[in-house]
Design a binder for this molecule. Structure first.
Ligand code: NAD
Length: 485
């Protein structure tokens, strides 16, 4: 819909050193509405030179920012939190347009993403080192916590705001400056956030935002620069691996929030209705385009049929449509490629013997939509059980023993989130220890919480966002040896 007036600030440029500017040679790229493919906005397309300018600004601001009072940093975060809260509807509308999720879900993301700013506004003043006697009493040990320094923060398209605030909040609180590279499919929300941080009083150069269609060239150039001290990345595992390799020369600190393949275990003793409620949340949040999305439903044979039928009934009643239309439950997927990838996984699973209970196709007409889908009796080695689906498809298969459920749940290279539904406390304790995942939800389909350490194991990466742990990713430690007298 060319010419549509978008909510939020008019700036579609690069935000560098506290000001808006065009990209080198006026380059731009377009952002499209996934519901119909229409152009939403034209955004400055940052070059490597622009990114280096942004890093220059971050480097110039670093020493002053590190020396600022933690209370002042906390209060800037708090002001940003209040501004965002006041503009929830506007930001939600913008995010829904660029990403596709329903406005209701987008409001949820604004609230969730904003909580990271509130949490880290409170954490800014709690950073501390320690003083201790050496064991032999001959000396004293002092530790000083310092910001790591200028950071590169790279975010994915699926949560345009929350994946940014999880990094920006602790970086600001710790006293780091930063260059943010939002996803090229959804940069508008991050540009709106830059405006808000500016209004909240963040000094020039602390936060720089450089959208680009040339992410690889940009990250390569910035990571070759010894002034960049940290990279925090949320995105796919292959790109994460590439960035880990790229960090070798300058040995930057890294946080890697990568892909997932979450198992959703339902035991025979579970409350099946509660499990279905949890499944709807864990599967359908963000149209299934979430790293924590339940990817494999492993259900005890005694309750599998009941669970699958109830889940299919709920999935079949969801209304698919444009995220801004009232009454819509499921918006479009991010692009045509996503629809094709999801449909291929479904058809392959059916070819491998799975039974289609509901869905299984894209609706007629324009836009990147896919019907909510439930598959039963999915073969263990089917591709759909091995890959992140990133769409509204629930593959269900059965197990008979707890040992089998745990083994199959752990049979993946990923280790981000797992879900367990059971009424047995002893089993809950066992599974929390045996499941090779960074996060385990027990009788709940919603794990994410700004006060909790979010992050994965194995190919899901390393580092934690949120909680007391979140700020640690942006702090270094210097140990000072002092004589006893
Ligand atoms: P992606 O890896 O394609 O892109 C993520 C970001 O990296 C984008 O901004 C992209 O432009 C940028 N990028 C791509 N190549 C790059 C390179 N060579 N150097 C630097 N930056 C580069 O992932 P995506 O498709 O945007 O996001 C979906 C993926 O993100 C899924 O795998 C999902 O599981 C994962 N994800 C993980 C978490 C988590 O917290 N673990 C949260 C959300 C999404």
């Amino acid at each position: 819909m060319p010419g549509r007036t978008l909510p939020g600030p008019d700036q579609r440029g690069l935000f560098i050193d506290g000001g808006w500017r065009e990209a080198e040679e006026g380059a731009t790229f377009t952002v499209r509405d996934p519901a119909d493919g229409s152009v939403l906005a034209s955004v400055a397309d940052g070059s490597v030179r622009d990114a280096v300018d942004a890093l220059d600004a971050a480097v110039a601001a670093q020493a002053g920012w590190a020396a600022s009072a933690p209370r002042d940093r906390g209060e800037i975060l708090r002001r940003a939190f209040e501004l965002i809260r006041a503009r929830t509807d506007e930001l939600a509308e913008l995010m829904s347009l660029e990403m596709g999720k329903t406005v209701t879900e987008a409001r949820g993301e604004v609230a969730y993403g904003n909580e990271f700013l509130r949490w880290f506004s409170e954490e800014a003043v709690r950073v501390h080192g320690r003083w201790m006697h050496a064991p032999d009493g001959a000396s004293r040990l002092l530790t000083v916590r310092k910001p790591v320094g200028p950071c590169l923060l790279i975010t994915p398209w699926n949560f345009p705001m929350a994946m940014g605030t999880r990094k920006i909040g602790p970086a600001i609180a710790a006293g780091c400056t930063m260059v943010v590279k939002p996803a090229e499919l959804t940069p508008l929300t991050m540009l709106a956030l830059a405006d808000i941080f500016d209004e909240a009083g963040l000094p020039p150069g602390v936060l720089n935002v450089v959208p680009t269609s040339r992410a690889a060239a940009m990250s390569e150039a910035l990571m070759a620069d010894p002034r960049l001290r940290k990279v925090s990345f949320t995105g796919s595992t292959p790109v994460g691996r590439q960035l880990v390799r790229q960090s070798a020369d300058q040995l930057q600190r890294l946080s890697m929030e990568l892909g997932g393949n979450a198992p959703f275990l339902v035991f025979a003793d579970a409350d099946v209705d509660a499990a279905v409620d949890g499944a709807m949340l864990a599967k359908m949040r963000n149209m299934g385009e979430a790293c924590t999305a339940a990817n494999r439903f492993l259900v005890h044979t005694d309750v599998a049929r009941e669970f699958a039928e109830k889940l299919a009934d709920r999935m079949g009643r969801l209304v698919v449509g444009r995220g801004q239309d009232p009454g819509v439950d499921v918006g479009p997927l991010i692009d045509e490629r996503a629809v094709d990838a999801v449909h291929r996984l479904v058809t392959d699973a059916v070819r491998d013997g799975a039974r289609l209970v509901v869905g299984g196709s894209a609706p007629e007409g324009p836009g990147c939509f896919y019907h909510p889908t439930v598959l039963l009796d999915v073969a263990q080695d089917s591709e759909i059980n091995r890959q992140e689906i990133f769409g509204p498809v629930a593959p269900v298969s059965v197990f008979t023993t707890e040992e089998e459920a745990v083994r199959r749940a752990n049979t993946t290279e990923y280790g981000l989130a797992a879900y367990v539904f059971t009424r047995d406390l002893a089993r809950t304790v066992r599974l929390a220890e045996l499941l090779e995942y960074g996060m385990v939800g027990v009788n709940t389909g919603l794990i994410s919480n700004p006060a909790a350490p979010f992050g994965g194991l194995k190919a899901s990466g390393f580092g934690r966002e949120g909680g007391f742990e979140g700020i640690e990713e942006y702090l270094e430690t210097t140990y000072v040896a002092l004589p006893a007298t």
